[in-house]
Design a protein around this ligand. Sequence first.
Ligand SMILES: Nc1ncnc2c1ncn2[C@@H]1O[C@H](COP(=O)(O)OP(=O)(O)OP(=O)(O)O)[C@@H](O)[C@H]1O
Ligand SMILES: [Mg+2]
Length: 265
Amino acid sequence: MTYGMLVAVHSFKGGTGKTLISTNLAATLASWGRNVCLVDLDLRAPSLDAVFPADGKLWVNDYLDGRCEAMDMLKDFSKDKGTRGRLLVALANPSMQAIREVVTKDSKWEMRALHRLLSLKDLLLKKLGIDYIFVDTSPGLSYASINAVAASDLVLVISTWDSSDVAGAQGMVGELYGLLEKRAMVLMNKIPEQLIIGDMKARMVEQFRKAFKLPVIDLLPCYCDILRAERSTILALERPDHPFVAALAEVAKRIEEAGKVRRET
Ligand SMILES: Nc1ncnc2c1ncn2[C@@H]1O[C@H](COP(=O)(O)OP(=O)(O)OP(=O)(O)O)[C@@H](O)[C@H]1O
Ligand SMILES: [Mg+2]
């Protein structure tokens, strides 16, 4: 029996594009007919509720806290968003009270949360037939992000070309992913367009591949129209002809490849 995979979308610094990229990768794969679940584990700064409006009162926080079952907090957006495959979403509670609560959690709670995250993964992949779980994390080495990485089969590292971002991400690759023996790939984002014209792009891919000692999937430019777009827009579904969407389709194919290799070995 072969199962799907959990992809942790992580970065060292904030604002690199984790939420935008995980949402659009999930939507891309769901539009291709894959069954996908997107989990917001950025409990300190939840942001997926702008894209997936919550109608219930249960959140991933409640599940991790043991206050509800997984099925009670998962919401299926496939009908709303018109995807062929299932698009389940686990939202984090964006209220100030919930965020304050998260900040006070101790390491014991985090250990229990990891256990519950692993049970959620099991349920989604083995019982609900989900092919891909994308976990949107908070930047850096927060406990929740470490849990997401620990539970992952693949880490998608999003980095900008900012030197402190690259240095921090290199540290995470060497220490955290190395220690946990995690497979990882890098996606560079928000690269100034003039730096990736013609063969400069291939040179930069090689430069970052050497720096991270990991496969670098692509270098995505900064698009002003994305910055201007409403938070609620899912480009992959609403603007399929956008070059950012085409680039992410290639990233989705690489993730599918990685899943195939994992299943065959
Ligand atoms: N390639 C891009 N071109 C233009 N804008 C982008 C690009 N990638 C991300 N953005 C924009 O940058 C902002 C930050 O992106 P996003 O919220 O996805 O980052 P994040 O890594 O999830 O941030 P945080 O660490 O705060 O959770 C958003 O307004 C998003 O639309
Ligand atoms: Mg985010």
